[in-house]
Structures are given as C-alpha cells and as structure tokens.
Design a protein around this ligand. Structure first.
Ligand code: SF4
Length: 224
C-alpha cells in the first residue's frame, strides 16, 4: 500500500508539530549519531575540524592519528613552522592555509587561554581558523555545550529540503535552525542531519524511497 503524504503545514502550530515529527523520525533513524571525526580531547577535535574543511571526515581520520603521534601537544604545534607541518596534512587539501591556521590556533590557545581550548563561542572565534561551524563542533561535541547548530554542507542542503530555512548563507541558516529547533536538540540534530546526508539525502539523487522523512518532505528534487 502506498504511503500517505502528510499535507503541507500552514499554521504555526502545524509547522511546530511537523518539526517535532522530523526530530522524532531523526531519533528513530539515527539514535546514536555522533561526530565522525576521531579525537581524544578538545584540541584534537579542533585540529580535525579545521582539517575537515573541503575534505571528507574519512580522509581526516586517516591523517590525524599519525599527526598526533608526531606532535602530541599543543606546544608541539605552536613551535612548528608551516612548511614543516604542510607535508603531514597535504592530503586534506588547502594544506598551506590549514597549516597556518593550526599553528596560529596552537599559539593563540597558549598565549590567550593558558593552553586550554576555550569553552565559549566568543573565545573560540578568536582562534585562527575557527569560524562558527568549527566552534559549534568543538563546543557541542567536546564540551556538550549547545551554543548553536553546526551548519556544514549537509545541514545546508537538507535544512532547505526540509523547509527549515529558505536561506543559503550558513549564518542565516543557523539562525533559522536555532529558532526552529529546541536548544536541547541542537547538538544531536546536527549529527543526525550529517549522517542523513551521508547515508540517504545525497546532494545528487537522494535515496527518498529509503527515507523515513519522505511523507513529510516537500523537497523539489525528491526522487519518489
Ligand atoms: S525524502 Fe529525500 S529529499 Fe526528503 S529528506 Fe528524505 S532523502 Fe532527503
């Protein structure tokens, strides 16, 4: 029997109920969604997140174990010259900028934050290479602090497909998500949507027939 489509919500109450249903179905599909970047502490997660720009988490996870074995501490990174670090991270792309960001981040953490990764958004944004996305990943995953919603390429695409935003600019998308999603779900929601983007809601030809959100999704590029 064909699945019944839910009518598109019109009133504020209907829209709120739909968001609750989206969250419920994400919990059902991805009950244990966590950050895919391997790390042992906040510094390692910060490094991995900076390296993940324009690169897959899989590739970053291939690079970081050797990197942290070679340079185990923040002080090790701070003492490096970019040209020494670059070959170790070359395969993640944009390696010159990333080397400068990592060394700058290590120096800033030592000089301004007594060698500890800071735990507020305001402080995180003073770290070279850490914009809101990186800060949200580290604050949410390493410290359990819901200061915002991570907006990466998957969240950007799927938030639009699910009518949670009309924007394309990540900062505006994040503001829409912050308004729509209850704060206690911000961290988990990002992880779940990122998993959904990798497993089903692909940029090209999303696997809508296998998606449990299909009956409440009105995306123009749905494949069913
Ligand atoms: S139905 Fe398709 S487009 Fe909509 S969320 Fe699911 S996979 Fe993505």
């Amino acid at each position: 029997m064909a699945k019944r489509k839910a009518p598109r919500p019109r009133t504020a109450a209907q829209k709120k109920a739909r968001i609750q249903e989206i969250l419920r179905r994400l919990d059902e599909a991805y009950p244990h969604a966590v950050c895919a970047l391997q790390h042992k502490d906040a510094w390692q997660l910060l490094v991995a997140t900076i390296l993940s720009a324009q690169c897959t988490d899989k590739r970053v996870n291939m690079v970081t174990p050797g990197l942290f074995e070679k340079y185990p501490t923040i002080r090790d990174f701070a003492s490096l010259r970019p040209e020494v670090l670059e070959p170790d991270i070359r395969s993640t792309g944009f390696f010159r900028n990333k080397a400068r960001s990592l060394i700058g981040a290590a120096k800033t953490i030592l000089s301004e934050f007594k060698g500890r990764v800071p735990e507020t958004m305001e402080e995180m944004l003073r770290i070279p290479g850490a914009a809101r996305k990186t800060a949200n990943v580290v604050l949410g995953t390493a410290f359990g602090k819901a200061t915002g919603v991570v907006v990466d390429t998957h969240v950007q695409r799927i938030a639009r497909r699910l009518d949670l935003t009309l924007h394309e600019d990540p900062r505006k998308i994040e503001q829409d998500l912050i308004k729509a999603i209850p704060q206690e779900k911000w961290i988990e929601f990002s992880h779940q949507i990122i998993h959904h983007g990798r497993q089903k809601c692909f940029a090209r030809r999303p696997a809508c027939a296998q998606c449990n959100l299909e009956t409440i999704c009105y995306a123009k590029d749905k494949t069913v």
